[in-house]
Design a protein around this ligand. Structure first.
Ligand code: GDD
Ligand code: MG
Length: 314
């Protein structure tokens, strides 16, 4: 089976980290996020990944020039313009010549989901589409998906107002789809799978869902990006420092990510924050409160930044 992996978004919530690096190429404990995602697919017998590219496609094609990533061959499908999630699925599937049952993934999700079992359920029910669900505390940030007892999807509500969600089970961003779904997507224009395609399929009763309690995180915000790194370390008080980053003596470090080529000065405190590649944190400075330093950003000696994004983003 082939998988279309959506990696074409602008990653706005992670700016400035994503001004020059697509979200799925940011490191998660030493390896680009996409390698974790593709590696998981390889372990479930997926044979090829179709990368649905839009924003900064060269970051991917340059990183994998021989078209292989985490053991799988890649097919690159570069959108001429952002087509939104369903438009991107339609473009990529057509580009790659997909005519059989296929998988779709949001490329910014890290999960231990049993993809093999999801596919098996899809085949058993004969659904047109089957989506994985995961329970979360605050469903309002996600696609909320009520089902009946047989797993038939009753509706699909993308990012409801807080308090309006009928269930805390949300779209986990992995779908098994029949090629007939492609016929529901007008080519060449923006179409949302969450706001257009899935609500229509739910209304017709052709969409099913499977609830999973596997590990799951959407890495799309500074808080969850940091959390994903610490989760993979499996050390709540840990920190992730790139091999070629430098941390001076006396610097204090708790729960943070420091990317390639960054430096932390003597007696600096970095806590619960992200230091982008090549950023420089001065001596005796403090970087705290989910601060995000972009590539090459500088914190002066003795300066304190708390909950700041540098450079500032609008
Ligand atoms: N190729 C392409 N083109 N990819 C896109 C586009 C586009 O126009 N827009 C977004 N993407 C990619 C992003 O790069 C990301 O990998 C994925 O599609 C999902 O986009 P996000 O921007 O991360 O969406 P979200 O996190 O707000 O919500 C989505 O994910 C949630 C679970 O993590 C929705 O699918 C929700 O329903 C879901 O609950
Ligand atoms: Mg996301």
């Amino acid at each position: 089976m082939r998988a279309v992996v959506l990696v074409g978004g602008h990653g706005t919530r992670l700016r400035p980290l994503t001004l020059d690096t697509p979200k799925q190429m940011l490191p998660i404990v030493g390896r680009p996020m996409i390698e974790h995602v593709v590696g998981h697919l390889a372990s479930h017998g997926i044979t090829e990944v179709v990368l649905s590219l839009g924003f900064l496609p060269n970051a991917f094609t340059d990183a994998y020039p021989d078209g292989r990533c985490a053991g799988l061959p890649l097919h690159y499908a570069v959108e001429p313009e952002p087509l939104d999630t369903a438009g991107a699925i339609g473009f990529a599937a057509t580009h790659a010549g997909i005519h059989d049952t296929f998988l779709v993934l949001n490329g910014d999700v890290l999960t231990g989901l049993d993809v093999t079992a999801l596919v098996a359920t899809h085949r058993r029910t004969g659904a047109e589409g089957t989506i994985a669900l995961t329970p979360v505390e605050d469903p309002s940030r996600y696609g909320v998906v009520p089902t009946d007892d047989d797993g038939r999807v009753l509706g699909f509500i993308e990012k409801p107002a807080p308090g309006d969600a009928p269930t805390n089970r949300i779209n986990a961003g992995t779908y098994v789809l029949e090629p007939s779904v492609l016929g529901r997507i007008d080519p060449g224009r923006r179409v949302s799978v969450e706001r257009d395609v899935f609500p229509a399929m739910a209304a017709e009763g052709t969409l099913y869902a499977v609830v999973s309690d596997a590990y799951w995180i959407d890495t799309g915000t500074p808080e969850t990006y940091l959390q994903a790194n610490l989760d993979l370390l499996d050390d709540p008080g840990g920190s992730v420092v790139a091999e070629d980053a430098s941390v001076a003596p006396g610097a204090s470090v708790v729960g943070y990510v420091v990317m390639a080529g960054a430096s932390i000065g003597e007696n600096a405190l970095v806590e619960d924050s992200i230091v982008g590649s090549g950023a420089r944190v001065g001596a005796s400075s403090q970087v705290v409160g989910l601060s995000v330093l972009g590539a090459g950003a500088v914190v002066a000696d003795g300066e304190r930044v708390d909950g700041v994004r540098r450079p500032e983003v609008t």
